[in-house]
Write a protein that binds this ligand. Structure first.
Ligand SMILES: C[S@@+](CC[C@H](N)C(=O)[O-])C[C@H]1O[C@@H](n2cnc3c(N)ncnc32)[C@H](O)[C@@H]1O
Length: 261
């Protein structure tokens, strides 16, 4: 998963936008080795995939594998080491060149073919037995790479094929942050200050400002109170949407153990 990528659209990221915008917003971070290194240094992530592959070698032995979003090529390399006869490692960014070098340095170029391009656009010469991908973003679905994996599944996975990972689970709970109470307090204190201001302006400068109390209250209400509930509502809608996506889209294939996002 990414740490700094923005959730851009296009190239499998929701609403279509020009490819160069998609690249600037999302893919460019993945074209840096430092970012791939961060992911490769994440022991929880690495151990989960490593164990999933090598504890299920029989799923890979003599099979054709597609690595969706290969990055440095680590999952493709493991798939080959686990006995795959052919691995297509599809990576959208120039990281594909480093992946190719890594494959060669590990003497796997006869098995792993690195293809630079969006998985939505590439054409493979055959259907595959296994799709492996690390597509999970923050809160599971951030980055929206899930759509690309589903697209790859629908285009290239054999009906009997397996998905790695095959399932994802989300846990969520409502929280109370106290932010609404804090904003209400700020609003009330702004209005208290207004009344002092009206009294003082009248006493010191002889002008009655009280007729502006209503528009000032309205202005302050919008500033302190309206922004927060909208924001809260937006989060709630998003959570609801994620929940519905989780319920309506599931990957298929056998269970193979847990991979945590
Ligand atoms: C979270 S990283 C995982 C990299 C590598 N598989 C690993 O586990 O270390 C996701 C990678 O997928 C690539 N990617 C995202 N969407 C893609 C798409 N639609 N087609 C091809 N590559 C994609 C990104 O550029 C990035 O390198």
């Amino acid at each position: 998963m990414g740490t700094s990528s923005e959730n851009a659209a296009g190239g499998g990221r929701g609403t279509a936008v020009p490819k160069e915008v998609d690249y600037a917003n999302y893919f460019c971070t993945y074209s840096f080795l430092y970012h791939q290194k961060e992911m490769l240094s994440d022991r929880v992530r690495m151990d989960a995939y490593f164990n999933a592959v090598f504890e299920n070698k029989h799923h890979f032995k003599d099979k054709v594998v597609l690595d969706v979003g290969a990055g440095s090529g680590i999952l493709a390399i493991w798939s080959a080491q686990a006995g795959a006869k052919k691995v297509y490692a599809v990576e959208a960014t120039k990281m594909s060149e480093h992946a190719r070098a890594l494959v060669k340095a590990n003497n796997l170029e006869q098995v792993v073919e690195v293809i630079e391009g969006s998985v939505e656009d590439v054409t493979l010469p055959e259907k595959v037995d296994v799709i492996i991908s690390e597509w999970m973003g923050y809160f599971l679905l951030r980055e929206s790479m899930f759509d690309s994996v589903i697209c790859a599944r629908d285009r290239w996975l054999k009906p009997t094929g397996l998905m790695y990972p095959s399932h994802a689970r989300m846990w969520m709970a409502p929280i109370r942050t106290g932010i609404v109470e804090q904003k209400l307090g700020d609003y009330q204190s702004a209005m208290g200050d207004w009344h002092n201001f009206v009294d003082e302006t009248k006493a010191f400068y002889g002008v009655d400002m009280s007729t502006l109390a209503k528009p000032f209250a309205e202005e302050q209400r919008k500033y302190y109170l309206q922004a927060t509930p909208d924001h809260v509502l937006a989060c709630r809608d998003r959570i609801d949407m994620f929940y519905r996506v989780e319920r309506s889209k599931s990957l298929h294939g056998n269970h193979f153990g847990l991979i945590a996002g």
